[in-house]
Design a binder for this molecule. Structure first.
Ligand code: CO
Length: 471
């Protein structure tokens, strides 16, 4: 009997995060959600990653409302989010009480599948998220952050996978954010995972270097169950492979079965062609593929961020220097996989090392925290000279980083006061205090004004109350 291969569609999250700087609006998703729901995808990745921050920071949208809106329209397909383990959706660790409330609300508001990863593959940073997500009934997918380095061997990855399985994950994902996974490696990794654990295996890659399609096919031959793709209008480049050609290819085999409505996909794709047109100003300028990534190991979203960062400092001419500096910094920092937040730590430090004219002349807070061990344990020891330069006589920590954090919800609740009209508002504030505060002020204070004007149009003075309950 033919084996069914399933597809996870990333159009609503990773695809536009990687290609359009995460600017797709909920209103650009809604018109095709019901159609998408009928295609036969295993899940939609539509939340988490950078979308939460971007909603509030750039789009003036409540990320929780996006989740609820999509849930209302999508009745059959599972909704999936990307969770950065103890970092939730932010850039450093949060206390366990914030993490628990966050996962609980995300599941209550509609999330079915939580893909959880840690930038350093440090099991201590995943343990709580996995435990909590299971407690509230989600399907928990443990992700292996894939990278290449002298210390990253298949055996090391399998040890990490074992710790995921021991913590109780329901499936395993190889998360190749930079598109570094070659077909032979994909085959070997999946073969080993399937041999050792009886769990579904999913492959997530980016087309950045041009390797992904072949890697997916090899992974499927080795027994992978699910691959991550995007609709072709938002595929390739720094995004995922496109679903249309890949599904067509699999349909030509006797051993494999694909159950996707290709006609529907093509209609949906027309819509996203238009959506992409709407975002020309943030569209990544990468044409085709970037093979320099094979050397510098820069993941999808990071390339576009780097370009805009250098542009804003009038230093685009230093792009090549920064791309050369990045692998050096990465090596000195113990070969972290480059994914949020380690991609930012390495990226920003590399930019500073180049632009300031002297390496480690300026050291960011994030670099300091990283070297101190606050992000977890790096895959290899940190270069002793860099360690000395960054920490001086201080010693790195050895405990689970979040163990050093006090519960924070009570304090946060007090701080934000009536501006948080729901647990969701409180969580937005807990994760992104400044961005969320601005957002909530706009959301509620603007609403009072409107409401007040309607109630009494002669009253010109701003009312005493500062907020008006959400409708
Ligand atoms: Co990705």
């Amino acid at each position: 009997m033919a084996r069914k291969i399933e597809f996870m569609d990333t159009t609503l999250r990773d695809a536009h995060q990687s290609l359009l700087a995460t600017r797709m609006k909920t209103s650009e998703m809604v018109p095709v959600l019901e159609e998408m729901d009928e295609v036969g995808y295993r899940a939609f990745e539509m939340w988490g990653g950078a979308t939460f921050d971007s909603c509030m920071r750039y789009l003036d949208e409540d990320p929780w409302e996006r989740l609820k809106t999509i849930r209302k329209k999508v009745k059959n397909t599972k909704l999936q989010m990307l969770l950065r383990g103890q970092n939730i959706l932010g850039y450093s660790n949060y206390p366990d009480d914030v993490l628990e409330l966050f996962i609980k609300k995300a599941i209550e508001d509609g999330i079915d599948v939580i893909r959880v990863f840690d930038a350093l593959n440090d099991p201590r940073n995943l343990q709580k998220s996995i435990e909590i997500a299971k407690k509230y009934g989600a399907h928990v997918q443990g992700a292996i952050s894939y990278t290449t380095s002298p210390v990253h061997t298949v055996e090391k990855y399998m040890e990490f996978a074992k710790s995921l399985v021991d913590m109780g994950v329901d499936s395993i994902c190889i998360k190749d954010m930079a598109g570094l996974l070659t077909a032979p490696m994909a085959y070997e990794m999946v073969k080993e995972l399937k041999k050792r654990f009886s769990l579904p295996v999913e492959l997530h890659s980016h087309f950045t270097t041009g390797l992904a399609d072949a890697a997916y096919y090899a992974a499927i031959e080795a027994g992978a169950d699910i691959v991550d793709t995007a609709t072709s209008a938002l595929a390739y480049g720094t995004s995922q492979p496109a679903v249309e050609p890949f599904a067509t290819m699999l349909k030509d085999t006797k051993e494999l079965k694909v159950e996707l409505d290709m006609k529907k996909i093509s209609m949906i794709n027309k819509h996203f062609v238009k959506v992409r047109e709407n975002h020309k100003d943030t569209d990544v300028s990468l044409k085709g593929i970037d093979t320099r990534v094979l050397e510098a190991q820069v993941p999808g979203g990071m390339l576009s961020n780097l370009v805009s960062q250098l542009k804003s400092q009038n230093a685009l001419s230093r792009y090549d220097d920064v791309m050369k500096e990045m692998p050096r910094v990465r090596k000195e920092l113990g070969y972290p996989p480059l994914v949020t937040p380690t991609s930012q730590v390495v990226g920003v430090q590399a930019v500073l090392n180049v632009l300031s004219g002297e390496r480690y002349k300026i050291i960011t807070n994030e670099t300091k925290k990283y070297v101190k061990g606050m992000y977890g344990k790096p895959p290899a020891p940190i270069d002793p000279d860099v360690m000395k330069r960054v920490l001086g006589d201080e010693k790195p920590i050895t405990v689970r980083p979040a163990d050093l954090l006090e519960p924070a919800l009570d304090k946060l609740r007090e701080e934000i006061g009536v501006l948080a009209q729901s647990e969701e508002d409180l969580l937005s504030y807990a994760i992104f205090p400044q961005v969320a505060k601005k957002f909530l002020e706009k959301k509620y204070v603007a609403r009072i004004k409107v409401d007040f004007d309607i109630v009494d149009e002669n009253e010109k003075e701003f009312p005493d109350v500062t907020v008006y309950p959400a409708s």
